[in-house]
Every structure is written in C-alpha cells, then in structure tokens.
Design a protein around this ligand. Structure first.
Ligand code: FPP
Length: 268
C-alpha cells in the first residue's frame, strides 16, 4: 500500500501528495503547509510493551517510522523537520537503554547517510554534540560536514538536546560577546538570541507534533515553537506514518494562526 502510495508521488512536488483516509478515500496534500515541523517521537517503550517486546524493539521500530516521515517531508517539499531523538534528560534512563539508543543513533547515521545525502538533506545536530560518546560525536560531525552544502530538507536531529540548556548556552555566548566589547547588553535584540540558538537561520517551528497522547512539550524547542500549532496525536510513534502525518498536516491547515493578533475581519 505504502509503496503504491509512494509511487504516486514524484520527488518534492509542492502540494501534490495523496494518501488514503480511513474511509479509503484519498486525501490531498493541503495547500497551506508548515515550513518547519517539529516532532516529539514518543511512545516507543509502550509500543514494545504492548507487544511483550523489550523497549529496544520499540526504539528500532521508531527508527523505521522516522524513515517514512523524512521521506514524506522530502516528497512534500517541507522545508525543515526537527526531531527529538535524545534529550539531556534521557541520560537518566537505565544504562542499557541509553546504550541501545546510542547504538541505534550510530547505526542510523552509518546506514542512512548515503541516502540522506543523495536526497539533498542538510543534517544539523541540535544539542551538545561534544557531550556525546566519541563514536557518535564523530559520525554526526561527519554527517553535518558532508551535507552542509546540500539544498534539500533541513533535517535537525536533537541529540543531547534540552531547550533550557540551549537558552543558557545562548545567554553565555551573548554575555561573552558583551565582555569582549563586541556588543552592549542593552543592544541585545531577539534576533541576537536567535542567532545563538542551534537552529540559527531556520524559520520558527510552525507545527509541533507529539505522539503517544502525552500533552506537554518536554523542553523541546521552547523558543522556536513559541507560536507553533500543537498536535498531540495519541498514536504511538512506531505506528506513526505518512498517512497519519498527512492528517496532522490537514489539522494544521485548518488552524487559524493569529500570532497574538486578531482575525482579519475582526481587526478591520
Ligand atoms: C520516546 O519514547 C522516544 C525516545 C526517547 C527516543 C526516540 C528515538 C527514536 C525514534 C529512534 C532513534 C533516533 C534516531 C535519530 C536514530 P519512550 O521510550 O519515552 O516511550 P514511552 O513513553 O512509551 O516509554
């Protein structure tokens, strides 16, 4: 089914995708698409537990779902995708689960880099790369270096990421510039803060999706998602796929974004 569906889509068509709905009808890609989608891929553990499998099986299945969503973003011409793969808080998980995740991350970059590069993806790790184990740090640095001049999907992978840590880092960097006499504290503008974030140069998150039914954002892109539309989808991440994603994109398209203002007709 998925293959048939993929066959209907040519590479990076704008607004030309279709996917089946639950009732079997085909759902077209909405006209209004987010430029930047953030995803909190939650529910791997529960997915595995529901099947009597170890949590590692859930993370492995989650990696497959991720592949599908990256391909959908590429097919549908979404500019940027940011995914939460490993938070600064995830180090507190049992040692063997951290080991499993680190192993998956290493294998993911080793096995996917050729295809991601061929698609033209620009990989950016958001998070403290220096705090990763040596092998993971090397493989992600190589992936960033290799894809930096590409012009396709901006793929931000949050590894060892925390929003508070990111903002603290930005504050330190700005403070250092003030101490060096490069700028004055009173001159610090929002754009200066943005330029010190891992996502510098990228548009803000328009749509933030969290799977598994949890209704919180867990320290993911607090600055960048300040005006994001939120979709909390009850589906567990390994079951998420491009058809569900398309429905979430329709949900986004149906929202009235006012950015603190009023509806056009009300403001007239
Ligand atoms: C949350 O589910 C998921 C994670 C902490 C890891 C997400 C990682 C992947 C999808 C795969 C690895 C990513 C890359 C880039 C290779 P959970 O374990 O908290 O699920 P639970 O809430 O049901 O326990």
């Amino acid at each position: 089914m998925l293959q048939k569906l993929t066959g209907l889509l040519t590479k990076r068509p704008r607004n030309a995708g279709v996917a089946p709905r639950d009732d079997g009808a085909r759902l077209a890609l909405p006209e209004k698409l987010p430029r930047h989608v953030g995803i909190i891929m939650d529910g791997n553990g529960r997915w595995a537990q529901n099947r009597g499998l170890p949590r590692s099986a859930g993370h492995a299945a989650g990696t497959e779902a991720l592949r599908d969503i990256i391909q959908a973003c590429d097919d549908w011409g979404i500019y940027a995708l940011s995914i939460y793969a490993f938070s600064t808080e995830n180090w507190a998980r049992p040692k063997d689960e951290v080991g499993t995740l680190m192993g998956l991350i290493l294998r993911y970059f080793q096995s996917e880099i050729d295809e991601l590069d061929a698609k033209g993806a620009v990989i950016r790790i958001i998070g403290d790369v220096d705090g990763l184990p040596d092998k993971q740090r090397d493989v992600v640095n190589r992936a960033m270096e290799r894809t930096r001049d590409n012009d396709g999907l901006r793929l931000n992978i949050a590894l060892n990421y925390g929003g508070h840590a990111e903002l603290t880092r930005a504050a330190r960097r700005l403070a250092a510039r003030c101490v060096a006499g490069e700028m004055k504290p009173e001159d610090i503008a929002e754009a200066d803060v943005e330029n010190e974030l891992y996502t510098a140069g990228l548009p803000p998150v328009d749509l933030l999706i969290r799977t598994s039914g949890e209704i919180r954002t867990s320290n993911f892109l607090p600055w960048q998602a300040a005006y994001a539309e939120m979709v909390f989808n009850p589906i567990l991440w390994p079951d998420y796929n491009r058809e569900v994603f398309l429905r979430d994109l329709h949900e986004y398209a149906s929202r009235d974004r006012r950015f603190g203002g009023v509806k056009k007709e009300e403001g007239q």
